[in-house]
Structures are given as C-alpha cells and as structure tokens.
Design a binder for this molecule. Sequence first.
Ligand code: DOR
Length: 451
Amino acid sequence: MRILIKGGRVIDPANHLDGAADVLIENGRIAEIGHGLAARGAQVIDARDCIVCPGLVDMHVHLRDPGQTHKEDLSSGTLAAVRGGVTSVACMANTDPPIDHPTVVEYVRSRAKQVGRARVYPVAAVTKGLRGEELSPIGSLAAAGVVALSDDGRPVMSAGLLRRAMAYARMFKLPIVSHCEDLTLSEGGVVNEGPIAAVLGLKGIPAIAEEVMVARDLLLAEDTGAHVHIAHVSTAGSVRLLREAKRRGVRVTAEVTPHHLALTEEALQGYDANFKVNPPLRSRGDVEALLEGLQDGTIDAIATDHAPHAIEEKLVEFDRAPFGVIGLETLLGVVFTVLVLPGHLSEVQAIRKLTVNPSRILGIPRGTLSPGAEADIVIIDPQREWTVTPEGLASKSKNSPFLGWRLRGKAVTTIVGGEIVYSDQGENSGFVEVPPTTGRDLCRDIEEVAQ
Ligand code: DOR
C-alpha cells in the first residue's frame, strides 16, 4: 500500500524541514520526502496550498474510559482526535477506576487497539485512587507501558510523597505531569480571583494557588533530578518561575492549553459553565505572559486538557458544574486562528509545540516525518474556514468554549500508521468516518517504550 502526498508545504520541525515537497508512504512508514516523487500504483493526495506535517500529539487528554463513558470513550475520543489532526493522545488517569494498576493500563491499551482511531498512551496515577496518600505501584505501571505519572485533576498535596514518587519516576525514566494547585489556597474557588470574580459574586482561585505548587515542584525536581512536566500553566508568575528554573538547568517542561491562550476570565460574564475550567481562565496580563513563554521556549507544548462533561452535568448552577472543556477538534483551528494568524507564533513554532516537543517529553517515537518512521501525518488547510457547532463535533460531550467561533485552519486528512483515518472535503460537510481496523496494533509502540 502506497500513498503519495503531492505538492504540499512540508513542515517537520524534528528534521528542520519547511518547504514544498512530496511525501511517499510505503507499508505504513515514511519512505521518502523529496521533489517530484512518483510512485506507480500509489494513491495520490493533492496537498497543494496545504501544510503536511507529523500528526499532532496531544499529551493531555481525558478519555473517561473506563467508567465515565457517557462523557467520552476510547472510540469517540480517538475519533474526535483524528478529526482534529491528532494522531497520538496521552490519556489521563482520573478514570473510574483510575489508571493506578497494571490491569487498568491493560484495559485501556487493549480497548484502544480494538476501537481506537488514534494511538493511545496511558498515563498512570501517581497515588492509589488519586487520593494522594499512598504511591501507585510505579514499577509495574512502568512495565505495563505507561508514558507518564499524574494525578491530574488533583494535586499531590504531600511534598514528601511526591518526592518519593519523583525518585521512582526518575528510576523508571517517566516524567511526572504535575497539576499545580494548592487546595488550601483554591478551596471553594470556581473562577480567577480578582475584580471579575467579585462582580460575578463567585469565589476566586488565586494565581498563587498554582504558583506555590509550581515553585514546590521545581524545587523537588531540582532536588531529585526527576523530570517534572507542569500541566496547563495559566499564570504569569508560573511562567516566570519556569523560565528561571530552566535557566538553572532544572529538568522541567511545561504545556499550555488553547483555551488559556484564546480566552480570559471576561468570558465568564454570562455564567456559562462551558468556560469553567481548572485552572481557571485568567487575566489579559496572564495570557500575554503565556504567549511570551511560548515564544521564548519556556513553554514547550500546547495540549488541550480535553475534558468532556455531559450537557446535563454542565447545565447546573455555576458553582456546582464540573471543571473542564473539550478541545481535540478545535485545537488546530484555535492555534492557527489565535496564534499563527496574528503572528504570535510561526507555523513551524506552532507545529513544533504540537508534535515533536510533546513526543520528546513523553519519550514516544512520534511527531516526526523521518524516513522509516511510522506514517502519522496530518494535512492541514490553513485557509479553510469553519464554524464550531455542537452537531459538527464527534466528541460525545459538547462542552466547548469555542461554540459559534469561526476558525481558520483545519485538518483535512489524517493518517495513522499509513492509513487514512479521516478525510474532510468541505465546509462543515460532516466527515468520512473510517472504521477502525481491528487488529491493527496501535499500541505496539507502547511496548517499545516499555522495553
Ligand atoms: O478543567 C479541568 N478538568 N481540569 C482538570 O485538571 C481536570 C479536568 C477533568 O478531568 O475534568
């Protein structure tokens, strides 16, 4: 089976490539990148006026499977992923039961193999039951093939326990993905602390609730030599702490979400719970600092924190609604519309933060078009305009903060392991859903990671 992608602008930050070229896929792998390629019998995809780059790697996704499959599951979540150009996701451990035991890892991997459209990399809980009291069996979770450790959704409040987790994480070469929130400072809060919270009559979560924990985790990482990855950075103070720590050589990486870049706390004025996230949407000044952090390399990756919640769960009083927004299908459109179009990031910078950087953080062999690599590719039409509507989203949940937005930039073809898993040919035309190929081993690479 051969696919020839002709005439696109190939951007592959891992190999410092940016220019017009053809890409030839053979037997599921990248065979060649060059000019005027021809291949007899190949399926030809015309990529004129499009960007051809590695499939996106979203290192922060809640797939809700097992246990909360009314919100999302491994099938709907990975379908949403490939429709957004995402070919690999790291799925968080706050499922029910949590991913704190090798049997749950095994469930996620085997189910993903059966029904997954994208590659699924499980993240394991740092502590049993995400309770923050006792470490998970980190060695056997590593052997089962997890790519990181995280209690995301909750912080590990005990510094002593986290320090021990870091010692193990380092031994097993796993990053700790840290949800930085001091619960004693954030308790009861639902929006950013400040004048807008006061006007809305809602309790605030102060920036310092995040920053205290970022500072603590940076010190612990320095102390233990472990790799700490700071999830969903949202404040100017966190960016400053990260910048200083990186300068000192601490093993730290960080991610920011599209919603923390595209929106501020002002979006909360209508009490719409589709803007309720943790950490909360912050101030204009924070957003500017996040942009600077992205530009100067302090923030390494853009990740969605895709957090599906059912409509009835969000349609309650603001205080009682769960935190979280979906993001897989709007990732590319928001990044191109909000970051690339206005010139905050170049296409190459944006794609680097969506491909090779998250792959390297997780230690997975993705995010590259190197010859011989498995062909995970997204073809992006950067000019394609489309409107975000609930009906247009494949995710089981519709809690997007971007409903009604007109975005420019869209995945038009997504390829995983050399198979076209999604192809969109027109404005909100629905999608061609390619059923998963049973038996295709999307988890094979996890085994490689585990070895
Ligand atoms: O908004 C959020 N939702 N933040 C988190 O950290 C967890 C997530 C969820 O699981 O719903």
